[in-house]
Design a binder for this molecule. Structure first.
Ligand SMILES: NC(=O)c1ccc[n+]([C@@H]2O[C@H](COP(=O)([O-])OP(=O)(O)OC[C@H]3O[C@@H](n4cnc5c(N)ncnc54)[C@H](OP(=O)(O)O)[C@@H]3O)[C@@H](O)[C@H]2O)c1
Length: 331
């Protein structure tokens, strides 16, 4: 008999999160009741927002419950169903959490086409990170042809999509990434015009050289010192989309510089949370799926095997050790 392996939050981190904050349990595989569907999960999505949910500080979303299965996006295959929207064998995406089997009432669970597009892409470019990129770029930065768009964490799940969409819109995409290998990939595979290594001692000068005409749109995924440097490169009427500040999730807060630059340069700065814009998801997902199916949108994955490795994979993600979308292959 297979069992349901589950990863629970055991206790909240008081400093940096570690695998010791989690507990792994084995429970019986649940049987679907009326209206329910049982999903055998294949891939879990690891996302930076999970760090915020481990804390019970007030935020835009409810904290992860202690003693409960870690929440998170996942894809899988329907194993049994008493719900007319699903049949065994369907590929689905939903918030199945860190467990092998997910018992759902069907709400928030969607059937996907896993023939044209690999199933795990629904957790990346054709999922929440892709929509995040689409929203911040199109609705906040709205790049015009010829403008320069600067993207931090340029090869990551969100950033890799931002750079490619910006380029498709006729903008000059410039990336910031950690290390020579990521920067080479950004330029050669993702089509960035240039990429600057934030780990290099010459970062500030390199950034200036990579964006000789300044920056019209800044898609900020990281925060910290590279963000301060990026702000110095902004042009008049630049738009800054604050998508994430991963450098500050377990590190020092990211401060704003002298506010005068926002006035003098008439800069728009807007933070956003993608789940506030659910009405735009169908349009964004349809566009992203079209790009992926046609081979116009590239992405990369870091896949760790085994559900029991999800806690360490989250720690690795929070330390920037992923290269592309961070995933767990469940079995
Ligand atoms: N606003 C929203 O609705 C929304 C939705 C999804 C994601 N986000 C945010 O978007 C950002 C990117 O998310 P993602 O899922 O695409 O992650 P990701 O970019 O795939 O992974 C995070 C990357 O951040 C970079 N990084 C730079 N400095 C770091 C530091 N000090 N610590 C850790 N990582 C560092 C690393 O890339 P390098 O090595 O290249 O620097 C790392 O690979 C995150 O801040 C996330 O919270 C926001």
């Amino acid at each position: 008999m297979p069992s349901n392996l589950q990863v629970l939050l055991d206790h909240r981190p008081t400093d940096k999160v570690s695998p010791a904050n989690f507990r792994i349990v084995e429970t019986p595989v649940p049987a679907p009741g009326p209206g329910q569907v049982l999903v055998r999960q294949t891939f879990l999505s690891l996302d930076p927002y999970m760090r915020g949910r481990l804390s019970d500080a007030k935020s835009y979303a409810k904290p992860q419950e202690v003693g409960a299965v870690m929440q998170g996006g996942a894809v899988g295959i329907v194993e049994a169903s008493n719900n007319p929207r699903f049949k065994p064998g369907d590929a689905v995406v939903g918030m199945g959490g860190w467990q092998r089997y997910f018992l759902s009432d069907g709400r928030g669970l969607n059937v996907v086409d896993a023939r044209a597009i690999p199933i795990q892409a629904y957790l990346g470019p054709v999922g929440m990170p892709g929509v995040t990129a689409w929203y911040g770029l199109n609705k906040i930065i709205a790049p015009k042809a010829g403008e320069t768009v600067l993207v931090s964490a340029a090869t990551g799940a969100v950033g890799s999509v931002v750079g490619q969409l910006a380029r498709a819109a006729g903008a000059r995409a410039v990336g910031i990434a950690g290390g020579a290998e990521k920067c080479a990939y950004a330029v050669q595979a993702l089509g960035y015009a240039a990429c600057v290594d934030h780990k290099s001692a010459s970062f500030a000068g390199d950034l200036k050289a990579a964006a000789p005409n300044g920056v019209d749109g800044l898609f900020e995924n990281v925060g910290g010192e590279p963000f301060q440097q990026a702000l110095r490169r902004l042009n008049d009427f630049a738009r800054v989309a604050i998508c994430g500040l991963i450098a500050s999730y377990e590190g020092a807060p990211t401060a704003l510089p002298d506010m005068r630059i926002f006035l003098v340069k008439r800069i728009k700065v807007e933070g956003f949370i993608v789940s506030d814009h659910m009405e735009l998801w169908p349009q964004a997902l349809a566009e992203l799926a079209g790009h992926v199916a046609a081979g116009r949108l590239k992405w990369r994955e870091t896949i760790k095997d085994g559900l029991e490795n999800a806690p360490q994979a989250l720690v690795d993600l929070l330390h920037g050790e992923n290269f592309g979308k961070m995933l767990i292959r469940v079995d």
